[in-house]
Design a protein around this ligand. Structure first.
Ligand SMILES: *Cc1c(COP(=O)(O)O)cnc(C)c1O
Length: 446
């Protein structure tokens, strides 16, 4: 670390080995600590970057382009002989050191060899699918997906790339197996806990059947960072919308692809890389901000989960139809119990099925405007509770039939449970609004 404190001239770069020692074609190599099983332990063992002047936080490398001392070096970077592992960078649409540092944290979080961050969750998803398929390729995907991902697979990719998707009921392993065509299907795609019905994917079993046919398993883990570790359970690639829990501030749009070093390097390939060529680049300043939030992601997830479980349990007692995988009556409770990282609970999302859109709207409006319990807004992972009626918002890209098939009732209220205030204070607000609604005969009793 000593050289961190050297006053450097612009000609010296720290931690950079001599050109002569670095001859192998090497961009990124796996980090050994990523095999740690607890995501918080893995994060704490990730290399901590100090700032250029010894600051406890890393410096922000806010440069679009990077200089070299010898013209020969630039040639070697472009030939792939020198890369970020040896602290050689060329241009920030390719690897950027600050984005790479955040990406190392994402790799540790998910227990993958490597990761790279992108400008949004959707760009991480589309770039991954494009990288893993080709024209004429085939995807098997859960029919219960984030609306944007569903539209990408259903409408955009068939039109633009001749990549088709068969949508399946992801909890019906046999039908997933039937839909996967050996030699034709490239990717099996699903969400670890699906939006908005909170069905839990059997990641070990799905990975097993996909791998038997040589298919890459891509899991969107946006709903359950820390709670579920899909790669540990057999999946190959994890995609994230960092805009949600990982960010936690509802102020930034960002995404990540976590997978093998060879996948990440292929996505940066100058001729064939989906991130390099489509350019969904994360800004270094954004990467810095996000890297400051990851150390407390575990604490936040625990409290999101704790409050979601408490509220779900109590709401059910009030007679509401509650969907939460932490409740024993949820069809996937046992499955989630067997695959989650115990310390982080069952996740921060719960749904209340109000059956009709009118009743759902009444509930949300009471909760926001009468109970001061939360905000009517899409998205999730914020410190305040966010509520939306999925059928008419985040899943409105689906047709009515698709919504029925996906089990999305028109009165489904999705809640991303926040951790602001005290638990009892927030519960009082929630209970007050629900009771008032019941008095007026709007809440369904069962
Ligand atoms: C929000 C979300 C996305 C899209 O992410 P953006 O960051 O908004 O592009 C993808 N998947 C899930 C599950 C999401 O919740």
């Amino acid at each position: 670390m000593a050289d961190t404190f050297l006053i450097t001239t612009t000609t010296t770069k720290r931690n950079r080995p001599d050109d002569e020692t670095e001859t192998k074609k090497k961009l990124m190599t796996p980090s050994p600590q990523n095999i740690l099983t607890d995501p918080a332990a893995a994060l704490a063992s990730t290399r901590h970057e100090f700032g250029e002047h010894g600051g406890v936080n890393m410096s922000i490398e806010a440069s679009a382009t990077f200089t070299v001392m010898e013209p020969e070096t630039l040639r070697r970077i472009f030939a792939g002989e020198l890369g970020p592992d040896s602290d050689y960078y060329v241009y920030s649409r390719h690897f950027n050191p600050t984005v790479l540092n955040l990406s190392r944290l994402m790799a540790s979080l998910e227990g993958t060899e490597a990761a790279y961050c992108t400008a949004s969750g959707m760009s991480a998803i589309s770039a991954s699918i494009l990288q893993l398929t080709k024209s004429g390729g085939h995807v098997v995907a859960s029919r219960t997906l984030y609306g944007g991902t569903h539209a990408l697979l259903q409408h955009f990719l068939p039109r633009t790339c001749n990549i088709t998707t068969t949508f399946v009921e992801i909890s019906d392993i046999e039908s997933v197996d039937e839909a996967i065509i050996e030699g034709k299907t490239n990717v099996l795609y699903f969400e670890s806990v699906s939006n908005p019905t909170l069905t839990v994917a059997n990641i070990p079993e799905l990975s097993r059947i996909a791998h038997k046919k040589g298919v890459t398993v891509v899991v969107d883990n946006t709903f359950t960072p820390m709670v579920i570790s899909p790669v540990k359970l057999g999946a190959d690639v994890v995609v994230h919308s960092i805009s949600k829990f990982v960010s936690g501030g509802a102020d930034i749009i960002a995404g990540a692809v976590c997978g093998t070093a060879s996948l990440v390097n292929s996505m940066m390939d100058l001729q064939q890389g989906a991130i390099m060529l489509l350019g969904p680049t994360m800004n270094a300043k954004i990467a810095f901000e996000l890297s400051e939030r990851i150390p407390h992601l575990g604490l936040r997830m625990k409290e999101h989960s704790n409050r979601a479980l408490t509220f779900a349990t109590r709401l059910k007692k009030l007679g509401l139809k509650v969907i939460y995988p932490g409740l024993e009556d949820h069809p996937h409770h046992e499955l989630l119990k067997s695959i989650h990282n115990k310390d982080y609970g069952y996740g921060g999302l719960l749904c209340i099925d109000m059956e009709t859109e009118d009743r759902a709207n009444k509930l949300m409006s009471y909760l926001q405007n009468y109970g001061q319990f939360g905000f009517m807004a899409v998205s999730l992972g914020y410190y305040e509770t966010l509520m939306s009626c999925s059928g008419s918002s985040t899943s409105s890209e689906l047709s009515s039939e698709e919504k029925v098939l996906a089990g999305i009732s028109p009165g489904l209220v999705r809640m991303s449970v926040g951790y602001i205030g005290t638990l009892e204070q927030k519960w009082n607000q929630l209970e007050k609004a629900v009771t008032k609604l019941q008095e007026y005969g709007f809440a369904n009793k069962n």
